[in-house]
Design a protein around this ligand. Sequence first.
Ligand SMILES: CC(C)(COP(=O)(O)OP(=O)(O)OC[C@H]1O[C@@H](n2cnc3c(N)ncnc32)[C@H](O)[C@@H]1OP(=O)(O)O)[C@@H](O)C(=O)NCCC(=O)NCCS
Length: 154
Amino acid sequence: MEPDPSVEYRQFDGLPNGDVLTGLLRLHQLVFGDGQADRLLQEAIKRHRLLTLVAMAGQQVVGYKIGYERKPGHFYSWVGAVSPGFRRRGIASELMRRQHAWCREQGYGTIRTTTKNKWRDMLILNLRHGFDIIGVYVDEQGEPKLILEKRLRP
Ligand SMILES: CC(C)(COP(=O)(O)OP(=O)(O)OC[C@H]1O[C@@H](n2cnc3c(N)ncnc32)[C@H](O)[C@@H]1OP(=O)(O)O)[C@@H](O)C(=O)NCCC(=O)NCCS
């Protein structure tokens, strides 16, 4: 799918600040529920080499993807979402493409992510973009969590 010219992509080392952070947290909370914005902020400060990619339609944050270094050479794609009114327009795919390109440039060899059956759209998106399921465990809520990984180099 051709990128939508009305959507602009921005990249930040760490989290963005100001209005972009506010918009990102609003979208995060809308998709993942109350209290999740605070959790995201608390978790983000513990992480090393965090990278945030944001999709903007004018001043509105309509998508984001955040990842960080899991261990040297290995990146973890942590969380992301696209605003309900902007889905199926290739925004998540473009955020992923940019994240992977940055990871390759930075010398990461693998990228890992985890998801649940209930985040089915993300699971399909990840499989379509070359991730393999490499494991599964049961999380604190008793739900199966799928571990996916993609090699960034041949
Ligand atoms: C998952 C999510 C980020 C996808 O965003 P998006 O911008 O709509 O994704 P794209 O348009 O790039 O979709 C790319 C491909 O993923 C697959 N896909 C995405 N949404 C899908 C859906 N609802 N049903 C089936 N396939 C889907 C399709 O193969 C799609 O390609 P196509 O449109 O050419 O068929 C979005 O649905 C979302 O925010 N979901 C809720 C949050 C979430 O699940 N986060 C992950 C938690 S781990």
